[in-house]
Design a protein around this ligand. Structure first.
Ligand SMILES: Nc1ncnc2c1ncn2[C@@H]1O[C@H](COP(=O)(O)OP(=O)(O)OP(=O)(O)O)[C@@H](O)[C@H]1O
Length: 837
């Protein structure tokens, strides 16, 4: 039981006590309405003490005078004896009443054992009067009363008539017992009862007593074993005694509450004291319980004590069982794996870092609405299109006019007139949706004369985003109906973003990153930021040690150089392959299942398993990359786009120029989710969205998002550079990982490694690799790839070097190579003799 539970339990018991006390108190108050409780306690204590002394004297005197006084008492009644027999003179030191009381107790009742009543009155009196605890009351009462009965019976057995030794009770009991069992049977029964009472009350360790006895008298080999047990036994004894004491103490406290009349202030003080005691007691309990757990082991072995050797063997097997238990308990004790534990103090950025905008709600006046409506109706009338109903929905930057055409009007007619209508309405950014999917109406989106800025703050604060259960939640903007638009990047699973310069693309990308930063812990997501323009993403440098991933030994986490982009993308492909291997090994289908399994400690980190963070790869200015690196970039991007979704790598590729040679068929096929800010031509719009519309947007974050089927118009949330800077500062100032997440090393086709420090002769990681191989006794390149985060080529080269230096055996086909060095020490020796250390 945990300490907390014990405390709770104790507190519960505590809670129930006052009610008991209160009840008692209420009845006592009614009895002793005006008597001070302290006084009552002292008075009753004094009376008991006096009574105890009185009985003791009377009984002692009875021992000397019983014969003389008995004749006088037996022949008369109590009343006559006390009041009507002036001439009668008794020998008892306490006169007639003393003689009569002693006679009653010692002759008629329990004999000499009656002295115990005086003893009981004494300890109770002392407790009440002086508040001194000589012995635990409850237990003493129990033991004493049993002793009275037993001794009375015992003396009754050995005396032939009723006498002061056993009293009438002892005599009568034995009369009956000897009649039933015979003298011998009755004696035996008394002995058995004595034994049972001793065991029940004191539970003495007969073995220890026996062992001590043997140890003193007969020193054999066996005894040595037994003697080694002694400390344990003693310890156990001590613990038991301590526990008994504790129990007694508790009982005492209860008794005290029951017996004594405590005033309320005192009661309060005591409660406090008791609470402190409880905590102390619990500490003791805690420290005792493991020993207590041990005790069954020792006891069970005690029974086999004579076979000393077996005793130790049994202990060994017990230990094994315990370690199994430990293993089973492991998950229970440690709980599920917590990936956040390394940075447990990490706090998400506060919302105050984002700016508030004074958004005039519904920034469209009635007149503007009326004017636009009239314009639409008149323009359509010019083309002989009748309208049966028109409805306006005001969005942050555009207002949607939904039209239900009169019966008989063909929608295709309206669609064909799209440009003419837009021209007639003479407004930039008019988009006609004919029909609105799933509604059967025609939508005309007209920009508001004073657009409203959708603040990132309002989006992040939205219930939709905050309560989302998405793996990679992104809140991008508000729809035309003012709804917050949030989605899960995992479901997308990659994003293609296009937009002419100055239309809000960079703000959009920042909004995506900020969304993730506001929801995710550094252990859960990593960004690979590729920024050929070199200026857009530099702000995120500050969160390198928290959220960024980079190639090993690379200085800059934000990749700006094209050749490094190629290496990074290829490295991501290696990471993808490795993750797939791990997924296969774990028999899971995607990163979520894998991580769930890892969190519940079903995957062994020693087999290379690890918690996998999602990796979001963001490429700003993709067209620039394609122009400089062409296929070299396109190929890994296509691979990642095709395969990486299941293992948690998601791409966000942005471009200014959505031309077909940039957004190729292969790329398009793997990016079903696309975002278009305003583009310059219908063709660009078609390239990115497969439909026109992006060319009719009004810019400044006005955007369309296509998730395969429908195209939704959004006003992108606005997050300014200073805000992003503040967020990055806030994160960057917190404790981070020692370095950015290291991606696997990639060696280019020319053999040029992405790491600079590879030695000409021997690989820089040769020694480390040798140690890993020897430690795992497994000569495989993939082990090195995993453990050292190396590319396949480099790992292969190291394996060759290890073979050349006699650390591993030759290639054996599908089997791992033999490891020729058995231990780390042998490896050290081997390397020293070869002059490699
Ligand atoms: N969501 C938005 N709400 C309001 N204004 C915006 C929004 N997005 C962008 N703007 C405005 O448009 C300007 C240009 O945006 P941004 O820098 O994102 O353009 P861009 O498409 O990235 O341009 P480039 O490709 O040249 O970097 C911003 O400075 C801002 O004033």
């Amino acid at each position: 039981m945990s300490k907390g539970n014990i405390l709770k339990q104790k507190k519960k018991t505590k809670k129930s006590k006052p009610s008991k006390k209160q009840k008692k108190g209420i009845s006592l108050i009614s009895l002793h309405a005006k008597v001070d409780r302290r006084k009552a306690k002292s008075i009753s204590g004094s009376i008991m003490l006096l009574l105890s002394i009185y009985l003791f004297i009377a009984f002692t005197s009875y021992l000397f005078s019983w014969q003389e006084d008995q004749n006088l008492i037996v022949s008369t009644s109590f009343f006559d004896f006390i009041f009507n027999s002036e001439d009668v003179e008794v020998k008892n030191w306490l006169g007639k009443f003393g003689a009569w009381t002693a006679h009653l107790f010692m002759y008629r009742w329990f004999g000499i054992a009656s002295f115990a009543f005086s003893f009981l009155l004494m300890i109770t009196g002392v407790r009440l009067l002086l508040n001194v605890r000589i012995l635990p009351l409850r237990k003493t009462y129990l033991v004493t009363l049993i002793a009275i009965l037993w001794f009375s019976a015992f003396f009754g057995l050995i005396s032939s008539s009723v006498s002061y030794l056993g009293g009438a009770f002892g005599f009568a009991t034995n009369q009956w017992l000897t009649a039933v069992l015979g003298y011998f049977g009755a004696s035996l029964l008394l002995l058995v009862l004595l034994f049972i009472a001793i065991v029940a009350l004191f539970n003495p360790d007969f073995k220890a007593i026996f062992a001590t006895y043997l140890g003193k008298n007969n020193k054999t080999e066996e005894d040595k074993d037994i003697n080694t047990l002694e400390p344990e036994l003693k310890e156990e004894e001590d613990i038991e005694q301590e526990q008994t004491k504790e129990k007694e103490k508790e009982e005492e406290e209860e008794e005290e509450q029951d017996v004594t009349f405590i005033d309320e202030n005192q009661a309060e003080n005591e409660t406090e004291e008791n609470l402190v005691d409880e905590i102390n007691n619990n500490d003791e309990f805690e420290s005792v319980s493991p020993e207590k757990e041990k005790s069954p082991t020792t006891t069970s072995n005690d029974s086999d004590e004579e076979e000393g050797e077996e005793f130790s063997v049994e202990l060994a097997s017990q230990e094994k069982e315990l370690s199994d238990d430990d293993l089973n308990k492991k998950l229970g004790d440690f709980g599920p794996y917590d990936p956040k534990l390394d940075l447990s103090s990490y706090t998400l950025p506060p919302i105050d870092l984002l700016r508030k905008f004074d958004s005039k709600k519904g920034g469209v006046s009635k007149e503007e609405l009326e004017e636009n409506k009239n314009n639409i109706v008149n323009t359509l009338a010019n083309y002989k299109i009748d309208i049966s109903k028109i409805k306006a929905t005001i969005g942050p930057t555009v207002t949607l006019y939904e039209i239900i055409p009169a019966p008989g009007v063909r929608i295709s007619k309206i669609k064909n007139l799209e440009d003419d209508i837009a021209l007639s309405l003479a407004a930039l950014g008019i988009r006609i949706i004919a029909p609105i999917p799933g509604k059967g109406t025609i939508g005309i989106e007209v920009p508001n004369s004073s657009p409203e800025i959708v603040s990132m703050r309002s989006l992040i604060a939205s219930e939709k985003f905050q309560n989302s259960k998405f793996e990679l939640p992104i809140v991008l903007g508000k729809t035309i109906t003012n709804e917050t638009y949030a989605f899960d990047l995992v479901k997308m699973p990659h994003l293609l973003v296009a937009g002419a310069t100055g239309q809000g693309k960079s703000v959009g990308l920042n909004a995506i990153l900020v969304s993730l930063l506001y929801k995710k812990h550094p252990s859960q997501v990593k960004f690979v930021l590729i920024d050929p323009k070199k200026v857009e993403l530099t702000l995120f440098n500050k969160i390198e040690r928290h959220f960024l991933a980079k190639l090993p030994d690379e200085e800059e986490a934000i990749i700006t150089d094209t050749s490094k982009v190629v290496n990074t993308l290829n490295s991501l492909c290696i990471e993808m392959d490795e993750r797939y291997d791990l997924l296969k090994d774990a028999q899971t289908r995607n990163i979520k299942e894998y991580n769930d399994k890892f969190i519940s400690r079903k995957l062994n980190p020693e087999n290379g398993h690890k918690y996998m963070p999602y990796i979001v790869v963001l490429i700003d200015e993709f067209s620039d990359l394609i122009m400089t690196a062409g296929k070299e970039v396109e190929h890994p991007i296509a691979r990642l786009a095709q395969l990486a979704r299941a293992i948690g790598i998601h791409l966000i590729v942005a471009t200014q120029r959505p031309s077909v040679n940039v957004i190729t068929g292969m790329i398009k096929a793997n990016f079903p989710a696309r975002i278009a800010f305003r583009v310059l031509s219908k063709i660009d719009s078609r390239t990115i969205l497969d439909t026109s519309g992006a060319d009719q947007l009004i810019g400044k974050g006005d955007m369309l998002i296509s998730t395969g089927n429908d195209v939704i118009r959004l006003q992108c949330g606005f997050v300014d550079t200073p805000e992003v800077e503040q967020i990055c500062d806030f994160i960057g100032d917190q404790r981070g990982y020692p370095d950015a997440m290291a991606l696997p090393e990639y060696v280019g086709e020319g053999g040029e490694s992405s790491s600079a420090d590879v030695d000409d002769d021997l690989d820089a990681k040769f020694i480390e690799a040798a140690e890993i191989i020897v430690m795992h006794q497994q000569g495989s390149a993939s082990l090195l790839q995993r453990k050292l985060k190396l590319g396949y080529n480099r790992a292969g080269r190291i394996v060759d070097q290890l073979e050349a230096h006699g650390i591993i055996g030759p290639f054996q086909g599908s089997k791992a190579r033999d490891v020729l060095i058995p231990t780390a020490e042998a490896l050290n020796e081997h390397l020293t003799t070869k002059g490699l250390l």
